[in-house]
Ligand binder design. Structure first.
Ligand code: TXA
Ligand code: MG
Length: 321
């Protein structure tokens, strides 16, 4: 059973031995192992039950170290990294041979980021290698934003969970790369699109493509609870399921419903703040997934700020497997 604690030296010892440790980041918890050790990387795939065609993000602590792992950093991406890191940004960059094939699933770009969490930055500083870390959940399920989420699902398979509290952003990093000289967003995430465009101008968003996506992990059905998840107008859905006699729980942005039990509804942010909503999203989905109801209902967020990234996750949760 995993120990949960804040002992960075202990986390380092496990990682030095090729074992896996769950690490906090500002986005979600990661399932981390030595990115330069193919055996450690293989055990990440095994522990998550993740298909090996879905490549991993590597985490490091400084721009200088990023340069050890990539051939070059095109100007617009350098500019993004310089101003956002440490932060919820992942760059796809041409990899150096030092990065094992298993990490990139054989692709010639490696996904890399500097996460913004004091414990994890200190841990990364202390290590001689970068950490490969997917979100610390079984493949296809909702990403963990609290240590107990990790413990509940992976507690039996890893020795240590580094406790950094609740994740402050709550959505996975925004993934950015380049194609034919153009900047492309492959996954909407915790870094807002406007922030990117303010820095480097207009970009293309490819995050919704499901056929042969460049980011192979972006399968339509992902980030999903176990219960059926239905996205739509809450008033209409409530009426429909009530008439049918189907039991449900619901997630709204800010509304509460007086005729529905309090335990069966969660408003992500009482005053409609999309950053707060993002932070609460995954924990709320997990909470409702544990209830004794048949379906989970949710409404779309306004398509501004983090609303777009939240909608992306809601749609993937709602997609048929
Ligand atoms: O916020 C985050 O990014 C979290 C924390 C732990 O850092 N990590 C995370 O990792 O969300 P994961 O493995 O759950 O999602 C990584 C996504 C995958 O969907 C994968 O397809 C894409 O990144 N990816 C990784 N390497 C890639 C590459 N070389 N080319 C294209 N896509 C890549
Ligand atoms: Mg994931």
């Amino acid at each position: 059973m995993a120990v949960i604690g804040q002992d960075i030296a202990k986390a380092k010892r496990f990682l030095d031995e090729g074992k896996l440790v769950a690490i906090p980041t500002e986005t979600v918890y990661g399932l981390a192992g030595n990115a330069l050790n193919p055996l450690a990387v293989a055990s990440i795939f095994e522990t998550k039950n993740r298909p090996s065609f879905d490549p991993l993000i590597i985490h490091t602590s400084s721009m200088d170290r990023v340069k050890d792992f990539v051939e070059e950093i095109p100007d617009p991406l350098y500019k993004l990294g310089k101003s956002i890191w440490p932060g919820p940004l992942t760059l796809l960059l041409p990899r150096k041979a030092i990065i094992p094939d298993l990490v990139t699933s054989g692709l010639d770009r490696v996904a890399i980021r500097i996460p913004n969490h004091p414990l994890t930055l200190e841990l990364l500083e202390s290590l001689d290698f970068p950490l490969a870390a997917p979100s610390a959940n079984p493949f296809g399920y909702i990403s963990p934003t609290q240590p107990r989420h990790v413990e509940a699902q992976l507690g039996d398979s890893i020795p240590y969970i580094l406790d950094g509290g609740n994740c402050q952003v709550g959505l996975e990093s925004t993934i950015v790369g380049m194609e034919e000289g153009q900047v492309v967003i492959y996954r909407l995430g915790g870094l807002e699109l406007n922030e990117i465009e303010d820095l480097i101008g207009p970009v293309q968003v490819k995050s919704h493509s499901t056929s042969n996506p460049q980011a192979p992990g972006l399968l339509a059905s992902h980030y999903a609870p176990r219960k059926p998840f239905v996205l739509g107008d809450l008033d209409l859905l409530i009426e429909k399921y009530s008439l049918e006699g189907t039991s449900f729980a619901l997630i709204s942005l800010e509304k509460s419903f007086s005729d529905i039990p309090e335990a069966h509804q969660i408003a992500l942010s009482k005053n409609g703040d999309l950053k707060e909503a993002a932070k609460n999203l995954f924990a709320s989905m997990r909470q409702l997934d544990e209830l004794d109801v048949e379906v989970i209902l949710a409404e779309k967020m306004p398509a501004k700020g983090l609303g777009q990234a939240i909608n992306d996750r809601l749609k993937r949760a709602a997609a048929e497997a």
